[in-house]
Design a protein around this ligand. Structure first.
Ligand SMILES: NC(=O)c1ccc[n+]([C@@H]2O[C@H](COP(=O)([O-])OP(=O)(O)OC[C@H]3O[C@@H](n4cnc5c(N)ncnc54)[C@H](O)[C@@H]3O)[C@@H](O)[C@H]2O)c1
Length: 338
């Protein structure tokens, strides 16, 4: 069976993550696309065969040739669009973070429960060979009990001034946009709920100060007396730094795992620009990640099997960054689930 997908939001992640994924699979195909910008919708419809552009979400949700909906829009719009799709009887794959607020995330969870439709959040790390292989080693006991995880993702952000990524109420800045990936990774790797988050954020670049969205954050998560995790994310680095030059370290009671994104995305810096042997169009994900994610969604919807990343996992990631955001404001450690 080929699952017929209506796409809402045809920007960067549609182009770089999803178009290549759809080109590599027969399990799903896009039939309809809507974007609030009609020119983007028309352009998106031309990117894949036999796709129709429509002018409103309602038109998309009413179409009989849409089995499921992908919500690929800015974070603050996820909740209303995903809830409308669930209420129209469609299953939904929604980009991360699940929502901009914990209130919106729980509205989405309630809509999925009320309608009985499936809702998955696109936590791509769960489908990326780098992280699944680290997780397998942890699960196999290769390093004993994990006691410390650290992950840093430092990049430049090329979004223009005023774009939604720089507006705090729309994106939450790098803390929510990138930090939610890292928080989800900690929860996944340690298999537990952190008690508290303690945070320091910066608003370093002019775009960040204008829009209020932090562009650097350091957070410690306390997982109890013997385990903790350290998150460091930023958008303040110059373009020549290279996107997603990140490190991961997992220390266990009997060993240690390390992973450097530089190994999977080797780069050559030339003066003020960067040349990348592109292993995948999107530097935050290895090639095949988005294809595996959408094929997993299609199979789980068809068979009724649970999603690899549950709604509870996605809610936990949102609760973790929410606690980190509250800590940045209060200057004190804040409980993750008070
Ligand atoms: N999984 C990943 O690795 C990853 C990477 C990048 C972005 N994302 C997530 O994907 C989402 C989109 O990010 P992006 O980089 O593609 O942003 P973008 O700004 O490039 O694209 C968003 C698109 O949505 C459209 N849009 C805005 N509001 C809309 C609405 N109400 N209805 C319909 N269309 C609307 C815009 O016109 C634009 O075309 C964000 O939630 C982001 O966090 C995930």
């Amino acid at each position: 069976m080929t699952l017929r997908i209506g796409v809402i939001g045809a920007g960067n992640i549609f182009e770089k993550g999803y178009v290549p994924a759809f080109e590599q699979t027969d399990a799903l195909r896009v039939t309809v696309v809507h974007d609030i910008d009609p020119e983007r919708a028309e352009a998106a419809a031309r990117r894949l065969p036999d796709v129709r552009a429509v002018g409103t979400p309602v038109e998309l949700l009413d179409r009989p040739d849409v089995d499921a909906v992908f919500v690929l829009t800015p974070t603050h719009t996820h909740a209303d669009l995903a809830i409308a799709a669930l209420e129209s009887g469609k299953d939904v794959l929604c980009e991360k973070p699940m929502a901009r607020t914990t209130v919106d995330a729980r509205r989405m969870q309630a809509a999925a429960e009320r309608t009985g439709r499936r809702l998955m959040i696109g936590h791509t790390r769960r489908f990326d060979d780098r992280w699944t292989s680290l997780f397998e080693q942890i699960r196999a006991g290769r390093i004993g009990e994990p006691v410390f995880v650290s992950r840093s993702e430092h990049a430049s952000n090329g979004a223009p001034a005023g774009a939604w990524q720089w507006r705090d109420e729309q994106s939450g800045g790098v803390l929510w946009d990138v930090g939610v990936h890292v928080a989800e990774l900690f929860h996944w790797f340690l298999g537990d709920t952190p008690r508290t988050a303690f945070t320091k954020v910066l608003r370093a670049r002019p775009e960040s100060r204008a829009g209020g969205a932090p562009d650097a954050a350091i957070v410690t998560f306390d997982f109890g007396s013997s385990r903790h995790a350290l998150l460091s994310v930023s958008w303040i680095h110059p373009p020549a730094w290279g996107p997603f030059y990140a490190t991961t370290e997992v220390v266990g009671t009997t060993g240690k795992l390390e992973s450097y994104d530089r190994d999977s995305h080797p780069a050559i810096v030339v003066t003020d620009a960067l040349e990348l042997p592109r292993l995948s169009p999107l530097l935050s994900a290895l090639a095949g990640t988005f294809r595996r994610q959408i094929e997993h969604f299609a199979l789980a919807v068809e068979t009724g099997a649970p999603f690899a990343v549950s709604l509870e996992d996605a809610l936990m990631a949102v609760d973790m960054v929410d606690a980190a955001e509250r800590s940045a404001a209060s200057g004190r450690p804040e409980a993750v689930r008070p």
